[in-house]
Design a protein around this ligand. Structure first.
Ligand SMILES: [Zn+2]
Length: 64
């Protein structure tokens, strides 16, 4: 059974940067204006990822 990885959110000039805290290397950027999601590094594609930043919450569905 896949373990859910947690992602830490950091504000960057390009938008919100999410980095996996569980060491698989996944990194995702969410554009601050459009909300568009760009995967920078896929990391472990089989693991569900979940991250949160204030009111905005990303689920595995939106990150994958
Ligand atoms: Zn991960």
């Amino acid at each position: 059974m896949a373990r859910t990885h947690r992602m830490e959110c950091t504000a960057s000039p390009a938008g919100l940067l999410f980095e996996c805290l569980d060491g698989c290397g996944r990194r995702v950027v969410v554009d601050g204006v459009s909300g568009e999601l760009t995967i920078v590094d896929h990391g472990d594609r089989t693991a569900p990822h979940q991250g949160s930043s204030g009111g905005a919450r990303l689920t595995s569905a939106s990150i994958d």
